[in-house]
Design a protein. Structure first.
Length: 313
């Protein structure tokens, strides 16, 4: 169960996941400085030129931190993304260490990233998608299990990791309601190599979302998260209160085609996504402060696991 050498040094086996429209240079840099992989979607910048500018900012700031963890970029690999070719070219030219692909696993893209020594991880919600991505040559599979924020799957994390590991020897990253260092340890113990954390990093000072959205997450519980395809056309988790605030009935949503939202992008800006782990989030720390806490929790959990009386039975 390897973590690629190019994704070192790490001080915690975790990735702050790329969130639209949440992740920007400040969140990425602070995550990397603290010792985990920081990432952002290329489409969080409105143009490819702006995307390149963000990469230059991130690289310059991290160059001043010798032991910083690497950063990564998310690319939407789908015909609906007109910027894919341009943004991939920029990733190759700038030698982005980690490229995370969504909505399509393409061997040509993997080859392009491997050509400069980069690594490709791909989002999957089931074994069928995992096999396709493995066939395209990706280095890692991100197991987006039930309860994850954004476009989540419906499969239990134990089941999903077990199925993926049965045929994939690369890196497996687990996503879905992971908030604490103990939960990162649990992900490792169940067979994943790394944890993928979105909602917990959405609620940090560096996050680009409005303060009202952060406060809504802090005040929410798992029951306040609705899994529906009726917002963006693809099943995802959204906060019930944000749906109501947009003037919609959370219990009687029209289809995505009938939704009075001008685009998928505006859907995500106006109706807020979060994972089922919201009930375990109670504060809005800085990203570096959060990672330091996660590291202490992780150490304690792994020490407790090693000391468990059944470990040596």
């Amino acid at each position: 169960m390897p973590i690629p050498p190019s994704l070192t040094p790490l001080r915690l086996p975790a990735i702050a996941s790329p969130m639209f429209p949440t992740s920007g240079p400040d969140l990425v840099v602070e995550a990397c400085k603290a010792g985990i992989v920081g990432t952002f979607p290329a489409l969080n910048q409105r143009s490819s030129e702006g995307f390149r500018d963000w990469l230059h900012q991130i690289k310059a700031r991290l160059a001043e931190v010798p032991d910083a963890a690497p950063y990564g970029v998310n690319l939407i690999v789908h015909k609906s993304n007109p910027r894919l070719e341009a943004d991939l070219t920029i990733c190759v030219e700038e030698k982005v260490p980690l490229v995370i692909t969504s909505l399509g696993a393409v061997s040509e893209l993997v080859d392009a990233v491997h050509g400069y020594g980069g690594v490709v991880f791909h989002d999957v919600i089931n074994a069928r998608h995992g096999r396709k991505a493995a066939g395209a040559g990706v280095d890692g599979l991100i197991a987006v299990a039930a309860g994850a924020g954004g476009h989540a799957g419906t499969i239990n994390p134990f089941a999903l990791v077990t199925e993926l590991r049965s045929f994939f020897a690369g890196t497996i990253v687990l996503a879905g309601a992971i908030n604490t260092g103990a939960q990162i340890a649990a992900a490792r113990l169940m067979g994943a190599d790394m944890a993928y954390m979105g909602t917990r990093f959405l609620v940090t000072r560096e996050s680009l979302v409005p303060e009202a959205q952060k406060r809504m997450v802090v005040e929410s519980a798992a029951a306040d998260v609705i899994y529906t395809p009726n917002i963006s056309g693809v099943a995802a988790n959204f906060l019930r209160a944000s749906i109501a605030a947009a003037g919609l009935d959370p219990d009687n949503l029209p289809s995505a085609e009938d939704m009075d939202i001008t685009s998928e992008a505006s859907a995500w800006r106006d109706i807020w996504s979060a994972g089922q782990g919201v009930g375990g989030i109670h504060d809005i720390p800085g990203a570096g402060e959060l990672v330091a806490r996660l590291r202490e929790e992780y150490r304690a959990a792994m020490a407790a696991a090693a000391a468990d009386p059944f470990a040596g039975a």
